[in-house]
Design a protein around this ligand. Structure first.
Ligand code: HEC
Ligand code: HEC
Length: 179
């Protein structure tokens, strides 16, 4: 009970276990002038995926060059599959793709997706996510090609990549200028 005109502390406990992304919670405070709703926005970054040491990394790369789908098997799943479970859009990108493409010490054969040497569109993103790139370390992510991602996850990822990395279509630019 806080006296009128006085101040006090409110302790709010939020269970964030197993959650990531933007969480919105409300708390209702009863006052003499009626209820007031407090809105909390909690930004929980996706957990960073543990790095491998040089020796494990070299061994992992060898296994992947023999079979580019190896990342989705056995112990590799701990870092290359589990963190992406149930996610969509940007969070899915950081967990499933960022592990290789946004690595702090990105391997030389892994390209920076913001600096590809060709234009990209939805069809391109979908194709590369679904089938990867045969003959390289880039795996195929679609379930029906032995990957971990459902068709819905593939679509959400393609939409995120179009929105963040592909050049905006002409219409969108004109619309933005009209405003
Ligand atoms: C402990 C977590 C972890 C495990 C387990 C793991 N990886 Fe990785 N992997 C990473 C991380 C993190 C990166 C990004 C580079 C880095 O920081 O080591 C990566 C990068 C890669 C790359 C891109 C090339 C490179 O060296 O950056 C390949 C290919 C790869 N992993 C394959 C595998 C395979 C195959 C397995 C299982 C045999 C595996 N990984 C197991 C965390 C893991
Ligand atoms: C195990 C590491 C690894 C993971 C995980 C990974 N990639 Fe890649 N990716 C690669 C490598 C290696 C290449 C370079 C292939 C080559 O040699 O041309 C590549 C290439 C690409 C390219 C360039 C293709 C081209 O030729 O223009 C795109 C686009 C791409 N990846 C998107 C993604 C997306 C989207 C995801 C997540 C669904 C993802 N990658 C996950 C390793 C990875």
């Amino acid at each position: 009970m806080i006296p009128a005109g006085g101040s006090g502390e409110l302790q709010l406990v939020v269970d964030v276990r197993g959650k990531s992304g933007m969480l919105v919670k409300t708390a209702t405070v009863e006052t003499r002038r009626g209820a007031r709703v407090l809105l909390m926005r909690i930004n929980l970054p996706a957990p960073k995926i543990e790095s491998t040491d040089a020796e494990a990394r070299a061994r992992n790369r060898m296994l992947a060059s023999a079979d580019r789908q190896a990342v989705f098997k056995g112990d590799c799943r701990r870092c290359h599959v589990a963190p992406a479970a149930g996610l969509a859009g940007g969070l899915l990108f950081h967990a499933a793709c960022g592990v290789c493409h946004e690595a702090e010490h990105r391997a030389s054969m892994v390209p920076d997706l913001a600096k590809l040497d060709h234009p990209t569109d939805r069809a391109f993103w979908k194709q590369i996510i679904v089938s990867g790139k045969p003959g390289t370390l880039m795996p195929a992510f679609a379930i029906d090609q032995g990957g971990p991602l459902s068709p819905l996850q593939v679509d959400s990822l393609a939409a995120y990549l179009v929105a963040t990395l592909s050049a905006p279509p002409l219409m969108a630019t004109e619309h933005a200028q009209a405003k």
